[in-house]
Design a protein around this ligand. Structure first.
Ligand code: FRU
Length: 482
């Protein structure tokens, strides 16, 4: 056990870690897994390699939170210690059952090759626990790869998302055929142990990259929403960035066919540092989503940093006119402090605003009038600055981390631009040391971007090419006293 002095020392040493976005003290983190509510707490499991800051044999790390903002670390829940998961316990989900807290994950057998990649079959596995300790089922794998439809590849069958509906457990899971295109398969089970294959629920016709990872499916305000995380999206499709976008299909899912009649397709987040989101339902009915704030092909953290990977702040989801709307979970308000309200601020040229600075903030900006581009530079210091700009002429929003400073490896898309054709009326920006989560126009569009700037650079500079008239509301986000 760490005593208080040790804890403070650890905090001092690791103050480069985000304050209120989940991260690991040491090692590597990727996808959120097993999001669920149990014993009054939200459980967040995650893809975890505890022995170094790089992806390798995957474990399931585990943390809990009562306020969705600050998290308590728990012991690792799953380690790759069985023949069927020796190459890794890959992503999956959790449900509460009368046999305990059930984790449904992908076991990857075999070993990682010289390049650190898995080649063994991927099969769906089960573990039960009490919220702290988990034991793998003797019946694993509960969906062995021979249960795949003919022609599907056993090496790409992963990321089961399970929920209980009308007394039946339903699963969506990622799979593919030799053409490499993503399919979302549907399975059903009365008990999580024996699973019946329903077939292909949703498939990539070739328009959206190759494999689709980490599917999720849920109903929001009467409409079904399917989320998929895309590999190798080519450039050129309007409104969807190349690389690894996350897509939301809205429409109607039918498990008995199975099939999904898509109404609209939307990119979930405009930034490249957003991948593998998973959702859960809170006891009050809100649908909450957390994503890995990075993606597998876009690693920019300084190589000597002993921790890697952060989660987004939990987002509340809703649908408005067929569009997925995301806003920070309202729980953040209980960690607000030092409020500053500035009404009717005029920016002409460059300006710092009284009381508006810091690296752990919830910042709300209303754009009342805008002639020419508006730029806001965060982490502003002698050698750093990360800029978010909106140009009403081109309707383009631009995130520029070229000057992040602090030894960041910024070669992965230092500048990202996207269009906001509807214009920007308001911005809400969660700033947390190494990241910005931007909620545009009350969450109708979001952008997530990470950077690694020196921690003491906490200036915020506004600048306008012409004239901007704003209202600004700032809240510091503050950790509870240890
Ligand atoms: C997505 C992903 C999943 C897989 C996991 C392995 O980032 O590739 O498909 O289960 O990461 O860590």
């Amino acid at each position: 056990m760490l005593n208080k002095a040790n804890q403070q020392q650890l905090k001092a040493v690791r103050s480069d870690r985000p304050l209120y976005h989940f991260s690991v003290p040491v090692g590597w983190l990727n996808d959120p897994n097993g999001l669920s509510f149990r014993d009054g707490k939200v459980h967040l499991f995650y893809q975890y390699y505890p022995y170094g800051p790089y992806w390798s044999y995957m474990h399931w790390g585990h943390a809990v939170s009562r306020d969705l903002t600050f998290w308590e670390d728990l012991p690792v829940a799953l380690a790759p210690d069985m023949p069927y998961d020796a190459a890794g316990c890959f992503s999956g989900s959790a449900v509460n059952t009368d046999r305990g807290h059930a984790l449904i994950y992908t076991g990857v057998s075999g070993e990682l090759d010289e390049d650190g990649l898995p080649h063994g079959p991927q099969q769906q596995c089960l573990a039960f626990g009490d919220g702290i300790t988990y034991a793998k089922s003797d019946q694993n794998p509960v969906i062995p790869s021979p249960q795949l439809p003919d022609g599907f590849l056993p090496q790409d069958f992963r990321d089961p998302k399970v929920w209980l509906e009308d007394g039946t457990y339903r699963m969506v899971v990622a799979a593919t055929r030799p053409d490499g295109l993503g399919r979302v398969l549907a399975f059903e089970s009365p008990d999580l142990i024996s699973w019946e294959r329903r077939g292909v629920l949703l498939e990539n016709d070739g328009s959206f990259g190759t494999m689709w990872e980490c599917p999720d499916l849920f109903m929001l305000d009467g409409t079904d929403v399917a989320l998929v995380s895309v590999i190798a999206m080519p450039p050129g499709r309007d409104g969807i960035h190349p690389g690894n976008p996350v897509l939301a299909f809205t429409g109607a899912a039918d498990f008995s066919l199975p099939g999904f009649t898509a109404g609209s397709i939307q990119q979930v987040d405009e930034g490249t540092d957003f991948y593998a989101p998973q959702t859960m339902v809170m006891p009050d009915g809100r649908r909450i989503m957390i994503a890995w704030m990075q993606n597998g092909f876009n690693r920019i953290a300084p190589p000597d940093q002993d921790w890697q990977g952060m989660m987004t702040y939990p987002r509340e989801l809703s649908l408005e006119e067929g569009r997925l709307v995301q806003n920070p979970a309202r729980e953040i308000e209980s960690s607000w402090s030092d409020a500053v309200h500035l009404d009717d601020i005029v920016i002409e040229g460059e300006k710092e605003l009284p009381g508006i600075s810091g690296r752990a903030l919830d910042l709300k900006i209303e754009l009342r009038e805008l002639q020419g581009a508006l730029r806001i530079t965060f982490a502003a210091g002698p050698a750093s600055g990360v800029t978010l700009a909106f140009d009403p002429g081109s309707s383009c929003m631009t995130f520029d981390r070229t000057r992040a400073g602090g030894g960041s490896v910024s070669d992965a898309l230092p500048v990202q631009s996207f269009r906001v054709p509807e214009g920007v009326r308001s911005l809400r920006i969660l700033v947390d040391r190494n990241s910005l989560e931007v909620f545009i126009n009350d969450g109708h569009r979001t952008f997530t971007g990470i950077f690694y700037a020196p921690n003491d650079a906490d200036g915020i500079i506004f600048s306008a090419d012409g004239r901007a008239r704003l209202a600004v509301e700032k809240h510091a986000v503050t950790a509870p006293a240890v």
